[in-house]
Design a binder for this molecule. Structure first.
Ligand code: GLY
Length: 429
């Protein structure tokens, strides 16, 4: 089977790495891919907003199955277009993808079907939003309604910051049309986790839980990023809470979408806060998490491609999803300056030695080959992933490998999985 993977980051490298292990796969095409993916298959340049251009690539190369990594093409209707042209594609259609591409759609759905989520109100008028926010006690959360490349959420610890965020969205149009509608949401506290479930619109196969680290610096300090590291499984998620999330959040949401006439197929990502009251949904995404995927897939013993195909064939209830009991940790190495501005084209050294241990994988996020040399080509550059019998072993291996890699200005968090390690050690005492 010829598989095409759309995307060019660490998530897509991890998907390609896992899919390449399937016995059914003969070749993989990455659109556009990166230097790491080039070792697994052909990389074809294309603009991810050019759906017709990508359709031509898929048809010209007669691909049998398409996996879409990022949310933007899904929200733009890549599954609708490719399916109408006879291609088999993993992911939801545009109407179902609104669960990520419109925060107000998701919130209204959750409120209607009793899916636990923080309270919120939606505004299109700056004056009305400002008047509402001035009556609240901070912190408050301001969210652009549409897709904003992971930058649309502001956690405001004072009212002036919340009003600046409203102004940036509604008046300055900082996120274009995505911010012309804004949601003001209640701030909730707790530990945040990610649950990903494969679904054919009826049944769900829940993946092992993970935790992302969104802030740039150690101790959850600094600005929000796309994610600086992740680990799986999550020792502080008890089985009762996990079962509640599976049934009352993930399954309830797929059923709610079905009841609204939007069958959801693909992977559903729930970003949840474990509050004292109950787990509450902060966001849904319509694709695999990045970098959660990099920490989950090395633990998946089953064939991922079989699971993806089952979401199309309506047979996910029969998919045998098996997990290794190992811990897995992913440490993101980023460019100097990220998540702000950063340089690219900087030579990277040490990858070969860093990936020598069979328990270590290095997924490329933003890399390229220039004049035969591996160089940086993005904000998040590399994902160093290690497996271990416990989180201590996984952390030790991952950081040992991270320290073998060098490029000018690189930075990474040194505390990925630290909380989990503390809890895991406590549990063993
Ligand atoms: N790691 C957060 C996300 O994938 O949205």
């Amino acid at each position: 089977m010829k598989v095409m993977i759309v995307g060019g980051g660490g998530r897509e490298h991890a998907l390609g790495w896992k899919i390449s292990k399937s016995k059914e796969v003969s070749s993989i095409i990455f659109v556009p891919g990166n230097a790491g993916m080039a070792e697994l298959g052909e990389c074809v340049k294309a603009d991810s907003s050019d759906l017709e251009g990508m359709l031509k690539i898929a048809k010209d190369r007669a691909v049998d199955f398409v996996v879409v990594g990022p949310e933007a093409p899904l929200a733009a209707g890549i599954v609708d277009l490719f399916s109408e042209n006879g291609l088999r594609v993993f992911g939801p259609r545009r109407d179902a993808a609104r669960i990520e591409s419109s925060k107000s759609f998701a919130k209204t759905l959750m409120e209607k079907y009793g899916i636990p989520t923080p309270k919120a109100r939606t505004f299109t008028s700056f004056d009305e939003a400002e008047a509402y926010v001035r009556k609240l006690t901070p912190p408050v959360v301001v969210k652009a309604d549409g897709l904003a490349a992971g930058k649309g959420v502001t956690v405001a610890f004072d009212i002036e910051t919340a009003i600046e965020a409203l102004s940036f969205c509604i008046i300055e149009k900082g996120f274009g049309d995505s911010g012309s509608r804004v949601m003001v949401e209640e701030y909730v506290e707790g530990k945040e986790i990610s649950i990903l479930s494969l679904t054919d619109g009826k049944a769900l196969a829940h993946m092992s839980p993970s935790q992302d680290h969104k802030r740039a610096f150690d101790g959850d300090e600094g600005p929000n990023t796309g994610g600086m590291g992740a680990y799986s499984p999550v020792p502080f998620l008890d089985s009762e809470t996990e079962a509640f999330i599976h049934s009352s959040v993930m399954e309830a949401t797929v059923r709610a979408l079905e009841a609204e006439g939007s069958t959801y197929r693909g992977v559903l990502y729930g970003g949840l806060m474990l509050t004292e009251e109950s787990p509450k949904v902060l966001e849904f995404n319509v694709r695999f998490g990045d970098p959660e995927t990099q920490a989950i897939l090395p633990r998946l013993e089953s064939d991922l491609l079989d699971g993806m195909l089952a979401t199309l064939e309506g047979t996910i209830a029969n998919y045998d999803m098996r997990w290794s009991s190992d811990y897995c940790i992913c440490v993101v190495i980023a460019s100097g300056g990220y998540p702000g501005s950063y340089s690219t084209g900087i030579p990277i050294k040490g990858i070969k030695a860093a990936s020598a241990d069979p328990k270590v994988e290095i997924f490329h996020a933003g890399t390229a080959i220039e004049d035969g040399k591996l160089v940086t080509a993005g904000g998040r550059v590399l994902n160093v992933v290690a497996l271990g019998g416990d989180i201590e072993e996984a952390r030790g291996l991952a950081y040992e490998s991270v320290r073998m890699i060098s490029f000018e200005g690189m930075h990474y968090r040194s505390d990925i999985g630290k909380d989990a390690f503390a809890l895991d050690s406590e549990a063993k005492m």
